[in-house]
Design a protein. Structure first.
Length: 246
């Protein structure tokens, strides 16, 4: 089965927040994405609420529950106590833990699963006890997969930013793709499932899907939102689904 598509709403929320007006309507855009065939919605509610606001979360949860019950809600963020409380309140199907500093513009690296094990393991245990699927943001490093598994997580999410950054250099992109592929191979061998996200586009998704045919999910925000300015949200979701292999 091809990778499922989760639409990250952060860029939509950031555009809304520029003028503190109720448009673009984050929930309405999420509805368009799900109606067009997206398999889920992703948000990263940062402490300063500079894009997704905490008040968006109950509305997204209700949208999925009431209108698209087969879709999934994925909440990602740094596992502070405040973040964990948000997760436990709004009950996503998946929680993706990222090692972000609150001041970072966007996620730009994965966990060090060896040195961060003492932090991650009890948090993963808490989340799993709460019934959540847990994914850990990961660099392209096959050597870290056994340690990732040992935290108790269900999945890793491959950080594909370096791969996406080589959009105009096919040779470097191919090398980065193989690093991602070898990391996925090691994750599968360790018993983990694999997601991916960051700077994925309709141009670079097909090669990723071919190299990692068992990829479970891609979470895409910036590139998808940029395409939606040209093709509309429904048309863009269709383009990304086809790029995944649907």
């Amino acid at each position: 089965m091809p990778a499922k598509l989760s639409v990250n709403l952060n860029a939509i929320a950031m555009l809304r927040n520029r003028r503190d007006l109720p448009w673009p309507n984050v929930i309405a855009v999420g509805r368009l994405a799900l109606a067009a065939g997206a398999h889920g919605l992703t948000v990263h509610p940062r402490p300063d609420e500079r894009h997704t606001r905490h008040s968006d979360l109950p509305e997204i949860r209700a949208l999925i529950d009431d209108e698209f019950p087969r879709a999934e809600f994925n909440i990602e963020g740094y596992p502070s106590e405040d973040f964990l409380a948000l997760v436990e309140k709004h009950q996503p199907e998946q929680v993706t833990l990222v090692p972000d500093d609150p001041s970072q513009a966007t996620s730009d690296h994965g966990w060090n699963f060896v040195t961060d094990a003492a932090l991650l393991t009890p948090i993963v245990r808490r989340l799993k006890k709460g019934g959540f699927r847990v994914s850990l943001f990961s660099d392209a490093d096959p050597a870290g997969m056994a340690a990732a598994r040992d935290t108790g997580a269900d999945r890793i999410e491959l950080y594909t930013g370096p791969y996406g950054s080589y959009h105009s250099d096919s040779g470097k992109a191919a090398k980065e793709l193989e690093k991602l592929g070898k990391t996925a191979d090691a994750a599968f061998a360790a018993g983990l499932q694999v997601n991916a996200g960051h700077d994925l586009t309709v141009a670079n998704l097909p090669a990723l899907a071919r190299r990692i045919p068992a990829l479970a999910e891609v979470s895409i925000g910036h590139g998808l939102t940029a395409d939606a300015l040209e093709y509309g949200m429904a048309g863009t979701v269709g383009r990304f689904l086809r790029a995944c292999g649907w």
